[in-house]
Ligand binder design. Structure first.
Ligand code: ARG
Ligand code: ZN
Length: 471
């Protein structure tokens, strides 16, 4: 131990060398972010700030290829980390250096950087990848809709792994630049603002920007031949809607609904406060599925939703999600009620405004038409289980819970909460307990029993004081 012989500078140099050279204290990030409903979703050990996707898609072959550049920060000393991707990564670089890559499970990409990554020091990850999204199956299902003229990524709780590598969980939101080249005459639709589009050598490139934190499942890509309408909101936000040229008899009803998005958003601003994003719109590809999804700034709609004429109610639902679900996101999938209960309740309030039945009448109707032995009442909206994430009870019993809350605390408190929550939690995450605590703090009431009854009991609650009893 010739301590005296070592100059201070030499000690510093040997410490610096020790960081990359030693694996001590550097551990692999977890293969999941820790969601009990979906243990493989997302990953541990880092936080993504931004995704830059530069892609090319050929509808004729369903081949998607390109480069994802991911800006992230390790939240621990990382020897290795995972990304979620169903397509094939051909090269991964971390801070410019080639990384070793392995795959595990259905969609885990294990990345071992050449140099371990210290906690807190931002990293740049470049993934070159390619594949056919329609050939990707994860747990037996797909989030990719192949259409006659292209393809669409839109599904919940997961869709990202079909088209880009990510930390695929709403807990890790990020901003997005999505640039997609498609054959001339075809369009590529995504979230946010269309910054520019240009054509050369037979390919048209569309450059989209979503500049507020966005959950990975709310990122969307739709390639096809669309009729596009554009406009501006009263606040100057760009509006862009896209309708497949192939909607047939549903085309009129789709437009008659989605062209009212600006009106719906303005009405919702009265309830929920300022619209949280930089753009507005909707799109209807020629898919055969029947659901809609609140893809950020630009919801995805199915042609089937317009089969009976206009359906502004579904627009109200998806635009309500921009506050409840997109700006304020679930902490875990168990918290789905803070999305769906409120989106459904917004539809009830719209019905009331349109003179098609008040929220109270609709609540009474759901309550009366669901007998006590209906399995509907066995689903707990506050903890429905992964298999029942989108069960009707999460929506309708979830909205009943809000009507019961309204009856208990009165309109003034209730509407203060509806507006205050998206402001308090803007661009973040929350769980059901956070909402209950917030409702208690605004109303000054103890509400555990009410929420326990409406969200957590596997049986039909006694008729609420509000249901039919309010005068
Ligand atoms: N959040 C979507 C909605 O409420 C639900 C999507 C559910 N997905 C499905 N395949 N059913 O509109
Ligand atoms: Zn919904």
């Amino acid at each position: 131990m010739h301590r005296r012989l070592i100059a201070p500078g030499a000690i510093a140099a040997s410490l610096l060398l020790a960081i990359p050279a030693s694996a001590a204290g550097f551990e692999p990030g977890a293969a999941g972010i820790g969601d009990p409903y979906y243990p493989a979703s997302g990953n541990g050990g880092y936080d993504v700030a931004h995704y830059d996707l530069r892609l090319k898609y050929q509808p004729a072959t369903d081949v998607l290829e390109g480069t994802a550049t991911i800006l992230a920060t390790p939240t621990q000393n990382l020897s290795r980390f995972n990304l979620d991707l169903g397509l094939t990564a051909t090269e991964v670089r971390v801070n410019g250096l080639k990384a070793a890559v392995a795959t595990s499970g259905a969609h885990e990409l294990e990345v071992t950087p050449a140099v371990p990554l210290p906690k807190g020091r931002p990293v740049t990850v470049v993934v070159r990848y390619a594949g056919k999204p329609s050939s990707v199956r994860i747990d037996g299902w797909t989030a990719w809709h192949r259409t006659p003229d292209g393809g669409v990524a839109a599904q919940e709780p997961e869709s990202a792994a079909w088209w880009f590598p990510s930390n695929d969980h709403p807990l890790d939101k990020a901003t997005f630049d999505v640039s997609v080249a498609v054959p001339d005459g075809t369009q590529a639709i995504s979230n946010g603002v269309l910054q520019s589009q240009s054509s050369r050598i037979g390919w048209t490139r569309f450059n989209w920007r979503s500049d507020k934190p966005q959950a990975t499942y709310l990122a969307t890509l739709a390639v096809g031949k669309f009729d596009i309408t554009t406009g501006t909101t009263a606040n100057g936000l760009p509006v862009l809607n896209a309708y497949s040229k192939d909607l047939g008899a549903n085309a009129g009803a789709a437009r008659a609904s989605i062209e009212r998005t600006t009106e719906v958003a303005e009405w919702l601003e009265g309830l929920f406060g300022p619209y949280p994003f930089n753009a507005l719109g909707g799109y209807v590809p020629n898919v055969t599925s029947g659901y809609a999804l609140e893809t950020q700034t630009r919801p995805f709609y199915s042609p089937r939703q317009f089969a009976n004429g206009s359906n502004v109610s579904v627009v109200v639902h998806e635009i309500a999600h921009q506050w409840y679900g997109d700006s304020v996101s679930v902490e875990g999938w168990k918290d789905i009620w803070i999305n769906e209960g409120f989106a459904r309740y917004s539809q009830w309030l719209w019905s009331e405004k349109e003179g098609e039945g008040t929220a109270q009448e609709l609540a009474d109707y759901v309550y009366a038409t669901r007998a006590a032995d209906d399995p509907f009442w066995t689903v707990k909206p506050g903890d429905p289980g992964a298999d029942n994430l989108f069960h009707g009870a999460v929506y309708d019993r979830g909205a009943l819970a809000l009507q019961a809350l309204r009856g208990e605390i009165g309109d003034e408190n209730f509407f203060a909460i509806l507006k205050g929550w998206p402001a308090k939690r803007a661009h973040g995450n929350a769980n059901v307990g956070d909402f209950v605590a917030y409702a208690e703090s605004v109303s000054g009431r103890q509400l555990d029993a009410l929420f326990d009854t409406w969200l957590y009991q596997p049986s039909k609650p006694a008729a609420p004081a509000a249901a039919g009893a309010r005068t």
